[in-house]
Design a binder for this molecule. Structure first.
Ligand code: B12
Ligand code: SF4
Ligand code: SF4
Length: 231
């Protein structure tokens, strides 16, 4: 049976998603055993980089609450079914399962060169802050994985840190994000700029700006946050 992951990356890409690296879990990674006799041998992170996923989601979305989570689950369940004859048992895991939530950001750091930014989301040296994790595929079989690339953390050499000083509502302090203040601001007329362009603090980051989301995509993500915290 196949253990090289190339077909996995290609299958995800064809569905509008990105393979975001993979790793062989150790005990302290807190990966559930997914019912596999020997536990999960390899975990593949799945996500989006920039707006590459958006057209596929727009084409396949249904009129339902948590539409992106449901679309992702439908796509990953189909992909799992198609890949199992080639790779053996696979189980999808989702970042919104919880609380308690699976530590997706810790897993992402094991899978690819991403680093905690001072405003919370992980930063990638090429994609900047414009990427996210939509799920993970847990494999009962050990995949033949390439070495995780070694890259520098762009925040280490960013002296001005404009992400920390740009929010018009002052929602960020190092290691702290005032989610309620942010959501309240999003309900004001001035807050519409954050809905249209995406979080201005995130936009202020000079890394990977070409990956910034479209207005449709930022409005979708930001209005979910606003409606959850400032209904
Ligand atoms: C609950 C949650 C929220 C809550 C609370 C977030 C918080 N800061 O505590 C709310 C609703 C506010 C939120 C908001 C957002 N979130 Co959120 N959230 C989650 C969720 C579902 C669970 C987080 C968790 O508790 N994990 C459990 C712990 C044990 O896992 P962990 O990996 O160890 O988590 C570490 C980090 O989260 C970190 N951490 C947590 N909070 C903060 C805050 C700061 C300032 C720093 C430095 C670190 C940090 O410490 C944890 C312990 O090591 C995750 C998905 C997931 N399953 O992880 C997404 C997730 C973290 N969120 C994500 C995103 C994109 C956002 C938003 C930008 C959404 C938007 N509207 O655009 C905002 C901005 C948040 C911000 N500035 O911090 C992405 C991050 C992607 C990335 N590039 O890293 C994730 C991974 C979801 C995804 N689909 O990709 N989120
Ligand atoms: S603005 Fe600078 S410190 Fe902030 S996330 Fe971007 S690179 Fe990191
Ligand atoms: S969305 Fe706007 S108000 Fe919220 S943290 Fe970002 S810049 Fe501040």
């Amino acid at each position: 049976m196949e253990t090289k992951p190339d077909l996995i990356w290609a299958t995800l890409e064809a569905a509008g998603l990105d393979g975001r690296g993979a790793f062989h879990p150790a005990l302290d990674d807190q990966v559930p055993d997914c019912g596999f006799a020997e536990g999960v041998q390899s975990l593949v992170l799945v996500g989006n980089v920039g707006g590459a996923m958006w057209p596929a989601f727009e084409a396949g979305r249904r009129d339902e609450v948590d539409a992106l989570d449901h679309w992702t689950a439908r796509v990953l369940s189909e992909i799992t079914k198609n890949l199992m004859p080639v790779y053996g048992d696979i189980s999808p895991i989702y970042p919104s399962d919880g609380p308690p939530y699976h530590p997706f950001q810790q897993w992402a750091k094991r899978a690819e060169p991403v680093f905690s930014s001072p405003i919370g989301p992980l930063i990638h040296p090429d994609h900047g802050l414009w990427h996210a994790y939509r799920g993970a595929l847990a494999f009962a079989r050990k995949l033949d994985l390439p070495e995780r690339p070694d890259r520098a953390n762009p925040c280490d050499t960013c002296t001005d840190k404009p992400c920390l000083s740009t929010c018009p509502d002052g929602a960020f302090a190092p290691q702290h994000y005032d989610v309620q203040g942010c959501a309240n601001y999003l309900t004001t007329p001035a807050g519409d700029l954050c809905l249209a362009q995406g979080c201005l603090a995130r936009r202020a980051c000079p890394v990977g700006r070409d990956n910034a989301y479209s207005e449709a995509q930022t409005r979708f993500h930001m209005s979910l946050l606003r409606d959850k915290y400032a209904p």
